[in-house]
Design a binder for this molecule. Sequence first.
Ligand code: TPP
Ligand code: MG
Length: 345
Amino acid sequence: MVQERTLPKFDAATVQITKEEGLLLYEDMVLGRTFEDKCAEMYYRGKMFGFVHLYNGQEAVSSGVIKGAMRPGEDFVSSTYRDHVHALSAGVPAKEVMAELFGKATGCSKGRGGSMHMFSSEHRMLGGYAFVAEGIPVAAGAAFQTKYRREVLGDPKADQVSACFFGDGAANNGQFFETLNMAALWKLPIIFVVENNKWAIGMAHERATSQPEIYRKASVFNMAGVEVDGMDILAVRAVAQEAVARARAGEGPTLIEALTYRFRGHSLADPDELRSKAEKEFWFARDPIKKLATYLVEQNLASGEELKAIDRQIQQEIDEAVKFAESSPEPNPSELYRFVFAEDE
Ligand SMILES: Cc1ncc(C[n+]2csc(CCOP(=O)(O)OP(=O)(O)O)c2C)c(N)n1
Ligand SMILES: [Mg+2]
C-alpha cells in the first residue's frame, strides 16, 4: 500500500484558456520531455560528461509557471542542477542547451558550464546551480534589483518578477530560510517554487524534515504559501498566475509547493533502486503531458492529430539541436581564462 500525500484538488471547470495558450503549454512540456529523452541517449553514447539530472515527470511545473504565468525573456528564472527544462521554458533555444551539454563553444554558457550551469543573460536565465539551494539568494538578488530600479531609480518599466525553482531537499538548507525572511521583509517581486518530488537523491523527504508540508513554512515569514498538484499544469498555472500578479503588484513573495515526481533516477548515473514500484506507478499514472492532452481533446481545443503534429515538429527540433551541437566547435584552449570575469562582448 502506497502512502501518498493527498494531492490538492483543482477544479478544471474554473480554467479559462484559449486554444493558443493550451497548445503553447503542451508544446513546452513535450519540448522538455523530448529534450531530456534525447539527452539520456546522448549521455549513454558518451557525448556528454559529468553528472546529468533529467526533469522527466516534472514538466508541468516549469511550463506551468514560466510559460503559463510569466513573461519569458523579461522575467527572471533561477534553477538547480536539474535545469535544462527551466532554460528551455525561459526561451533558451534547444540547440544552445544541447551544445552546452556537449561542452561546445556555441552552448548558452559558451561550453564552460555544462549540464548544471545553463545561463543566458538574453533570456534572463540566471543559471543552474550545482550546490543545493545556491540559486535561491541569487533569484532574490535579481528581485531586489527590480525593486530598487523601480522605487529608488524611478524606472516604471522595472516590473519584472523572479521565479526561483528548487527541490524539497533545498528547503532544509539555511539559504532557503534566510532568503524567505528577507524577501518577505522587503516585499520582493519573487516566487519561490519548490518542486517536491519526495526525494533528495536517496533521502525520502519525510525522513529529512520536521514539517513535510513545505508550503506551511511560508507562514512564519508572513508570506503567502500554497500547495498545488504539480502533475496538473492547469493547476500550476492558476496558482502561479496569482503569485506573479501579487509580486508584480508589489504585494510580496509567494511560496508555491508543487507536488511532483521525477520519472527517472536522481541522475543518469543513479540505478534508481530505492523507490518502490508501487510509488513509481502511482506517479507514472499522473503523467502531466497525457493529462493536458486529454483535457485539450475533451474540451475541443485540439485534435489528436494536431497534438501529434506538435510531437513531430519538436522531435525534428531536437534532432536539429543534436546536429548543431555535434558540428559546433570546442571552446578554444587559448581562451581558457575568458568569461571568468565579466567583459564587454
Ligand atoms: C550544499 C550541497 N549539499 C549537498 C549536495 C549533494 N546533493 C546533490 S543533489 C542533492 C539532493 C537534492 O535534492 P532536492 O533538493 O530534493 O532536488 P531534486 O534532486 O529532487 O530535484 C544533494 C544532497 C550539493 N549538491 N550541495
Ligand atoms: Mg527532491
